[in-house]
Write a protein that binds this ligand. Structure first.
Ligand SMILES: *Cc1c(COP(=O)(O)O)cnc(C)c1O
Ligand SMILES: [Zn+2]
Length: 419
């Protein structure tokens, strides 16, 4: 048993409030409710101020009191503090006054927001004495577990649906992890992993380590507030797989307000899904508190979870903050990717296309007013999902290495423009 638990107090059931020791465990024994980390906010308030945060290195760990490790982090110490880009050209294209892009396509080391959650989960796994880590993944999580485990000298088993994009598969294999492709959807991968986690003494980052893992997502929200000059954005658009990131961005805004790091502010958090896997947005649009599980069929594979673990809580956050949800077709996802790339020079993966496509819809429908300011959470890098856009982004113009051919090409283009 640990004696020092840092700023953490216990794990607590979100349903009945029963408390549990800070071990590798994730569900309540009485009602199967999910467990969540409880902190000592009085002590945190005495330790964490704007000045203290600003004096620390630019990584997600500058907010370490609000992240669930007992001592100093040992894995992923350089993760986070990705750019918040003022996206004027995208704002103009989508018809809104002010827009910001939180750009996790360049997160360290594996180019997605998952480096945040993995950094926390593996640091905590080490504190709890694990030497083998594992995960059930739609792709990015597998990449991040594989890379961060390699760098930390931990053994890694990653489980993915066998039909993932090449980019995601190669990005797990290269680090030497054992990659297991399951012939089935993510939900089946996840079910198998729950069985394996119960049987082997491994730290499954999103199963038995989930209470710690999920807290890592808060760092994206903390950074947004700090990078906006210590203000909470009026509107935040977040894509949803399990729905966890959306709920944790809400929690991060709440914690900064509770600690007095920012003043009380009103804000709306909006959820984005792909139409081919939209259990949460479908429920939100129908005004329901519960979602109906679906069988995923979309190019946005990183978001393809048909039975989202935090779907219920994501719906609650949207309702409480007055946020909306929308979903977009595969063609709209590709449009979203292209729009972001052409206006801001940022190449996002399919999940980013979902966020941009949904933002466009919410602005057009007035659910995000034209005179408002919004932040789009762009969570993964386009180089990993090339399969989704090949053949949809135009093609190379091929010529011989001759000036004459080049000039003929230019002349043809000019004729087309003038015609
Ligand atoms: C995992 C993931 C998300 C969202 O995950 P949640 O399960 O909803 O927290 C968003 N974007 C990308 C690229 C992801 O890999
Ligand atoms: Zn309970």
């Amino acid at each position: 048993m640990e004696t020092n638990t840092g700023f953490m107090k216990a794990l607590k059931c979100r349903e009945c409030g029963r408390e549990y020791p800070l071990a590798a465990t994730h569900v309540c024994e009485f009602d199967f409710g999910p467990l969540e980390v409880v902190y000592d906010y009085d002590r945190i308030k005495r330790s964490l101020t704007r000045t203290v945060i600003q004096s620390r290195p630019q990584s997600m760990w500058r907010y370490r009191e609000l992240l669930p490790v007992a001592g100093e982090p040992t894995v992923g110490c350089q993760v986070g503090y990705t750019p918040l880009v003022k996206a004027d050209r995208l704002a103009k294209r989508l018809g809104i006054r002010e827009l910001w892009v939180k750009n996790d396509t360049v997160n360290y080391p594996t180019l997605s927001f998952k480096d945040r959650v993995v950094s926390v989960a593996l640091s905590r796994a080490r504190e709890l004495g694990f030497s083998t880590v594992a995960c059930a993944s739609t792709g990015n999580l597998a990449n991040s577990v594989a890379a961060n485990a390699a760098a930390a000298g931990l053994k890694a088993y990653v489980f993915i649906p066998s039909d993932l994009e090449q980019g995601k598969v190669v990005n797990s294999l290269v680090y030497g992890a054992t990659v297991i492709g399951i012939r089935g959807h993510y939900d089946e991968v996840n079910r198998l992993c729950a069985e394996i986690a119960g049987k082997y003494g491994w730290a499954f980052v999103n199963v038995n380590m989930r209470p710690y893992y999920a807290e890592g997502s808060k760092s994206m929200g903390f950074e947004i507030i700090e990078q906006l000059g210590w203000t909470v954005p009026q509107h935040t658009v977040v894509c949803m797989a399990s729905g966890s990131l959306l709920t944790k961005i809400h929690k991060s805004y709440q914690e900064f307000m509770k600690l007095g790091i920012v003043g009380e502010s009103r804000y709306k958090i909006h959820g984005a899904q792909a139409t081919g896997c939209s259990p949460i947005s479908t429920a939100q649009k129908a005004g329901l508190d519960f979602f109906k599980p679906v069988k995923p069929n979309t190019i946005a594979k990183s978001l393809a979870i048909g039975t989202p673990a935090d779907g219920f809580y994501a719906l609650k956050v949207m309702k409480e903050t007055g946020g909306a949800a929308e979903d977009v077709t595969d063609d709209e996802v590709r449009d979203g990717i292209k729009t972001l790339a052409e206006t801001e020079g940022i190449f996002a993966e399919t999940a980013g296309g979902v966020t941009v496509g949904v933002a466009k819809k919410l602005i057009a429908s007035g659910q995000i007013p034209q005179d408002a300011s919004a932040v789009l959470c762009i969570t993964g890098n386009g180089l990993k999902t090339l399969d989704a856009v090949v053949g949809h982004v135009g093609q190379t113009r091929e010529i011989k290495p001759s000036l004459r051919e080049f000039e003929a090409l230019l002349e043809k283009d000019n004729k087309l423009i003038n015609a």
